[in-house]
Design a protein. Structure first.
Length: 163
């Protein structure tokens, strides 16, 4: 989680999901973002994976792709260029990434961009500036994705952050 959040802890005012096993998993491996994402997606899908056996071996190219996507949150990545860098076709990248991570590269990076946007809003950045910083064409586009992900508007989130 630390790699995704840029070294900053994520603060939630109250729990949004009660999952003691997931909490233990995150606390035991805070730097292993891949296994945390897989565990969270497994919880969301209603499947259970054994967490004591460690992360499954994965394709190191997908790990490099995740690092590349995480490295530039200021815009949506060009998947053709990312795939070429990884030595895969665009379709191979999407299939392999989805199989290993549980969602498409676009969806994964979108969630990372929204999480970065939340951090900027917590710091008090204006919504329009935050939208531009995380690569959305305009405030309305950011608003739409933020609301779909967090069930509240960026303005409502920012207003309630200091309660």
């Amino acid at each position: 989680m630390v790699a995704l959040t840029g070294g900053e802890a994520i603060e939630f005012g109250r729990p949004f999901v009660v999952a003691p096993a997931l909490r233990r998993h995150i606390l035991s491996r805070p730097d292993d973002l891949d296994s945390i994402v897989v565990a969270m997606l497994g919880l969301a899908a209603g499947t259970k994976r054994p967490t004591g056996s460690g992360p499954e071996p994965g394709d190191p190219r997908i790990t490099r792709v995740m690092e590349r996507l995480r490295g530039d949150l200021s815009r949506a990545a060009d998947l053709t260029a990312v795939a070429t860098e990884a030595g895969l076709s665009r379709e191979q990248l999407i299939r392999s990434f989805t199989r290993q991570v549980g969602c498409s590269p676009y969806a994964w990076q979108l969630q990372a961009r929204l999480a970065h946007g939340r951090r900027l809003l917590v710091r008090g950045e204006p919504i329009a500036a935050t939208a531009a910083a995380v690569g959305f064409a305009d405030q309305a586009h950011f608003h739409k994705h933020f609301r779909a992900a967090y069930a509240m508007t960026p303005g409502a989130f920012q207003n309630n952050v200091n309660i």
